[in-house]
Design a protein around this ligand. Structure first.
Ligand SMILES: *Cc1c(COP(=O)(O)O)cnc(C)c1O
Length: 385
């Protein structure tokens, strides 16, 4: 049997070697601490679990869901956009329910990318911005991101011949993996650029609710004219500790929402309606748990930042997300340092180059680990340096 070329075209899985070493160590009974994965360790708040328990008993939820999302879920998404950001979206044609934002990212390529088309993707970012394009037969142009420019993806440096073949551009702030945030001026420039070059912008706002020191991440759709060129993805995964539930939504430009929904209606049959009911409770119920969650990550951030400073590793102090992005010591590569830390400290950190070329020279430390394990991991890294 021969698999399609698109499978062979996928980049090698950079965590494969790390996973293999981890399993070998664990087989020897060694306690390995993983700071490699961004998956909340805290449980989903009870109010959401309770809403699910009620919803699952309703037989009308047991049938096929609506392809674009239940009317009540799309209404709730629009209501939340208004409450949270003062953004106006029409629930009838500017919102589509997603089985997690990853699903929307992977499927938008089928709506916009023909073989040979280019997508502008952040120099380091969520891997599916690149692999989703490969699976659709497209190509990626990695927009440079540097510490000097605040890890704002530099779309303006894209060569003209690449731009001529480009149809979409992914942006994501607060950013995974760098934790960088963007300002209004940058978003406005992106909108003007998309207009000039006829691009669809997909702004992935997976960390919209995780902000520190009083910072509340904005919506891209707050910017004037954004809806003419962009859709934005929001997810319950990181905000409400719901990664396993698979529920998110896209909002914004009506023709892009329709195109994405058209692809989806030919591939999946939407989100389990009971899960949509739980998500309604998540976004419209009392938001105290979100405030507490940000406070928890902020405390862990402070713990990691001060420990890294003590051992001489440089990291900017993030204003949001669940990651600390640290520069590797001089003379190391991302992969080399991650390997050293695993070998000598039995701690997994994510090598920055796994997220794209701009990630070389950094490692990503995830804050989704209990405090005591985080402290233990940092102490072990310190002992190796
Ligand atoms: C976690 C994450 C996602 C995936 O979110 P799901 O809604 O669980 O699919 C998407 N984008 C970014 C940047 C993420 O960090």
């Amino acid at each position: 049997m021969r698999t399609a070329q698109r499978i062979a075209n996928l980049p090698p899985y950079l965590f494969a070697e790390i996973d293999r070493k981890k399993e070998a160590k664990q087989a020897q009974g060694i306690d390995v601490i993983s700071l490699g994965i961004g998956d909340p360790d805290m449980p989903t708040p009870d109010r959401i679990v309770d809403a699910m328990a009620d919803a699952i008993k309703d037989p009308s939820n047991h049938q096929y869901p609506s392809y674009f999302g239940a009317k009540r879920y799309r209404d709730a998404c629009a209501e939340w956009m208004d409450r949270r950001f003062g953004v106006d979206v029409n629930p009838d044609d500017e919102v589509v329910a997603l089985i997690g934002s990853k699903e929307g990212i992977a499927h938008i390529f089928l709506a916009y990318v023909d073989p040979g088309d280019v997508t502008l993707v952040p120099g380091c970012g969520y891997p599916v911005y690149h692999t989703g394009g490969i699976l659709a037969g497209g190509e990626s142009h990695f927009m440079p991101m540097t510490e000097e420019n605040g890890f704002l993806a530099d779309f303006e440096s894209t060569p003209a011949d690449v731009l001529a073949r480009a149809k979409m551009m992914f942006l994501s702030y607060p950013n995974n993996p760098t934790s960088a945030i963007a300002n209004d001026e940058y978003f406005d420039r992106a909108i003007a650029f998309a207009r000039e070059h006829d691009l669809l912008i997909i702004h992935d706002n997976a960390y919209s609710e995780i902000g520190f020191d009083g910072y509340r991440p904005p919506s891209f759709l707050e910017r004037p004219g954004a809806k003419d060129v962009a859709i934005e993805l929001f997810s319950c995964s990181k905000s409400y500790n719901m990664t396993g539930w698979r529920v998110a939504f896209a909002a914004g430009n009506a023709s892009a929402i329709k195109a994405l929904g058209t692809v989806k209606s030919n591939i999946d049959s939407g989100v389990f309606t009971a899960v949509q009911d739980a998500a309604i409770e998540a976004i419209l119920g009392p938001q105290d748990d979100v405030v507490e969650l940000s406070a928890l990550y902020q405390r862990r951030r402070d713990l990691v930042i001060s420990a890294l400073a003590k051992i001489g590793l440089h990291a900017a102090v993030p204003k949001g997300t669940i990651y600390v992005w640290a520069r590797v010591p001089d003379g190391h590569t991302s992969a080399g340092f991650a390997e050293k830390v695993l070998e000598e400290a039995n701690v997994i950190v994510a090598p920055g180059n796994a997220y794209g070329p701009s990630g070389e020279g950094y490692v990503r430390i995830s804050l989704s680990t209990p405090d005591d394990r985080l402290e233990e991991a940092i102490a072990r890294i310190e002992a190796t340096l």
